[in-house]
Design a protein around this ligand. Structure first.
Ligand code: PMP
Length: 364
């Protein structure tokens, strides 16, 4: 090895070295209720129809760089106002990254409540931005006074608000978000990843606030494998954000498959309806366990708190019974003793609830 060569530790920025790579556990044969996926697959004839569509895809050509047909189909499906601009991303994660890259400077701040979606912090770190957070209230609602104070103090370039919030499942107060938008010197991104499971949305209000952007994804609609997100807002902002986008970021298979899937949006909506119904049942049954604190959810998952110091044991006992959920206890802080379960099919949920009953017996 050349004596001139310096180590990765020399070149890699300290904030990157300090990061832990995003870890996704291998579910093996477990019931997978850890990642907020839609549990339903497609009927066989629909799969055949989709495969027919893919026959016409030309893999030797680059995709339509603007994904124009898909953008218009998504505008309709997600009810994006006519005069709003749209930028698509390889998942909404990529759009969060594009936003961060567009504002990145060492003294610039991204602000979010805590706890929230972990990628806001991770992407801010990778982009070399400062990340500041404001603790949610005890019931995981927004602490508006604290948020407004933090906005005054930090003058954030972007405030990210997940609506509903992950990992809490709570839906922040609409009027509180309005105040934050009006008070902010920069962008407010309302991340509506869980839109299929709530009636609340800021999409119809885009025209009212020049600094509001709404982020959506097809992931929770039942198309997580496609990796496709949408950012909507004013032309003035999105023309700039779009400059950080890599060419051809939405590949040909995703463009063709999403176009096809959106022709069957009624089926995806029906699945979201089933998930909402099962969420009601999960909330009811979980609330009946005396030893649990269960938080309200407007998303496709439920957050609950187990008896102090038992989360790892409960999680382990569920794993042993072949049920994988998300253990938030290792994250510490406000998530200590918390577990998060994704709403699956009726059968999966029943099996989870039975396994949980056993696990609580084991750990208690
Ligand atoms: N926003 C929130 C609030 C999320 O919880 C998630 C994923 N769990 C995402 C964005 C990322 O979604 P995507 O699959 O579109 O990257």
């Amino acid at each position: 090895m050349s004596a001139r060569l310096k180590s990765p530790q020399f070149w890699i920025r300290p904030e990157i070295q300090a990061l832990k790579a995003y870890h996704v556990p291998d579910p093996g044969d477990s019931i997978k209720l850890d990642a907020m996926e839609n549990p339903y697959t497609w009927p066989e004839p629909l799969v055949d129809e989709w495969l027919e569509v893919l026959r016409d895809v030309e893999l030797n050509r680059y995709p339509d760089p603007g994904a124009r047909a898909l953008t218009e189909r998504l505008r309709e499906a997600m009810q994006v106002p006519d005069n709003a601009q749209i930028v698509l991303g390889n998942g909404s994660d990529e759009l969060i990254q594009m936003l961060a890259l567009a504002v990145a400077q060492p003294d610039r701040v991204i602000l979010s409540p805590d706890p929230t979606f972990v990628m806001y912090r991770m992407i801010a770190d990778v982009a070399g931005l400062c990340y500041e957070s404001v603790a949610l209230a005890d019931d995981f609602s927004l602490d508006l006074d604290a948020m407004l104070h933090a906005i005054d103090l930090h003058q954030p370039a972007i405030v990210f608000l997940a609506y509903p919030n992950n990992p809490t499942g709570t839906l922040f107060d609409h009027a509180a978000i309005e105040s934050i938008i009006e008070h902010s010197p920069g962008l407010v991104v309302v991340d509506e990843a869980y839109a299929p499971f709530t009636d609340a949305s800021f999409m119809p209000r885009l025209d009212e606030f020049p600094n509001l952007l709404v982020l959506r994804t097809v992931s929770k609609m039942g198309l997580a494998g496609l990796r496709l997100g949408l950012l909507a807002g004013s032309r003035e902002w999105l023309n700039e954000i779009n400059k950080t986008r890599l060419p051809y970021n939405i590949n040909v298979l995703t463009q063709a498959s999403a176009m096809f899937a959106l022709e069957h949006k009624a089926m995806l909506d029906e699945q979201a309806g089933l998930i909402r119904k099962e969420r009601r049942r999960m909330l009811d049954v979980l609330s009946a366990f005396e030893e649990l604190t269960v938080y309200p959810s407007e998303a496709n998952f439920v957050l609950f708190r187990v008896a102090k110091g038992t989360a790892d044991a409960v999680f382990g006992a569920l794993c042993e019974q072949g049920v994988l959920i998300k253990n938030l206890n290792p994250a510490g802080g406000r998530m200590q003793d918390c577990l998060r379960v994704t709403v699956g099919t009726a059968d999966e949920n029943t099996r989870f609830l039975a396994a949980l009953e056993k696990a609580l017996g084991v750990s208690g």
